[in-house]
Design a protein around this ligand. Structure first.
Ligand SMILES: [Zn+2]
Length: 381
């Protein structure tokens, strides 16, 4: 079954060979893209859909989200907006609620957020554990995450839970917890930050995860300058996430590596903190992704369009760079070659925007301009 999509005012493929095509058409063949080009030279197909002069971009790839949790942190947000600074310790509140929640409750919460992501145009998302911090809850968090995505990440190294010594928790992390969790995860992650894990601890956890076949990602340099970004490069991580406080040496290390810098402006927005400087990274040649960081503490939003708008307004990215980072950039941060761009052979994940150009994602902040979502060749929204 082939489908010809016409009436595309502007197709921003995010693919180096195809670039941007005005008055474009796309042919889908099942779950994949079969053809892209000018509408005037489009081949015939079994069915034809006219999107009426709208822009089309790839589905967003959200490479950083924490969706499996219970409870919320309204009170903490309220206090922060009244002047209390964000600190890593608020995670304990969510850990208590998550441990107490049933699988049914965790699944329902995750399903609600996954549906929000889809409505915002996210066709692939990564999902972390990290609110269990005991063997059973970390394992069931990953089992719930795996019901919604293949991009599951073991984040037992989120913080040291209350009532356990650092030494004992590290032994648990790289021993029984990793044994229980590695079969259900694609990635291992750690929160390398003052108040969470230092460089040596982070290296031990990530190396142990890699030895079980997991790919490495890392929360780095979010709240303070620190060793995370260079450690990510040293360990060959797919992504160093946050990258808000970077030295020149950090930027140089990222630029000379395959590690993507994943920027999470919804976290800075929601914690009223200084944004990372995307322009500095892009000018140095660093590969940049944008993601939501959706989590109940520091960024309770599933809006990739808002992340794009913030990246443009606050982080000195052009609209085209921000859209690229939210699609192709996210795919690179997940080391995926089948998503994040619109080109023959790639997965047919695409968004029809209720706008003539993707610039409107930044130009019209907060407006729901994702009109249609196609995933694996089917219209799902
Ligand atoms: Zn995070």
């Amino acid at each position: 079954m082939t489908t010809l999509i016409t009436g595309i005012a502007l197709l921003a493929t995010q693919h180096p060979e195809h670039g941007e095509i005005a008055d474009a058409a796309i042919v889908l063949d099942g779950a994949h893209i079969a053809w892209v080009g000018a509408a005037t030279s489009a081949p015939a197909a079994d069915e034809r859909i006219d999107v009426g002069g709208r822009a089309v971009i790839p589905g967003f790839v959200d490479s950083h989200a924490h969706l499996v949790f219970a409870g919320d942190r309204t009170a903490e947000f309220n206090a922060r907006m009244a002047g209390t600074p964000y600190a890593a310790g608020g995670i304990h509140t969510t850990v208590t609620a998550t441990r107490a929640a049933s699988d049914v409750r965790l699944r329902a919460n995750t399903a609600r957020l996954a549906a929000e992501l889809l409505a915002a145009g996210v066709t692939t998302f990564e999902c972390k554990s990290g609110y269990g911090l005991d063997v059973g809850t970390e394992r069931r968090s990953l089992l719930v995450a795996a019901e919604f995505t293949g991009e599951t990440t073991f984040l037992g190294a989120h913080v040291v839970p209350r009532g356990v010594s650092r030494e004992d928790y590290l032994d648990l992390l790289v021993g029984p917890m990793l044994d229980a969790c590695a079969p259900h995860a694609r990635w291992v992650d750690a929160f390398c930050e003052a108040g969470a894990f230092d460089a040596d601890e982070t290296r031990v956890v990530l190396t142990a995860g890699a030895a079980r076949g997991l790919g490495i990602r890392l929360h780095a340099n979010q709240l303070t300058a620190g060793p995370g970004a260079q450690l990510a490069v040293e360990l060959g991580a797919a992504s160093a996430d946050h990258c808000t406080h970077l030295s020149d040496a950090d930027v140089d290390a990222l630029a000379g590596s395959d590690t993507v810098a994943t920027l999470l402006p919804l976290a800075e927005f929601s914690t009223r903190s200084p944004y990372p400087d995307a322009r500095r990274l892009l000018d140095a040649g660093v590969d940049v992704a944008l993601a939501t960081d959706c989590n109940p503490g520091s960024a309770y939003s599933t809006s990739m369009p808002l992340a794009v708008a913030l990246a443009v307004r606050e982080m000195r990215m052009t609209p085209a760079e921000a859209v690229h980072a939210a699609t192709a950039g996210g795919a690179r941060a997940l080391r995926r070659k089948d998503i994040g761009a619109i080109a023959p052979g790639m997965c047919a994940d695409l968004l029809v925007l209720d706008a003539p150009s993707p610039v409107h994602l930044a130009y019209r902040p907060g407006v729901p301009i994702v009109a249609q979502v196609w995933r694996a060749g089917s219209r799902v929204m």
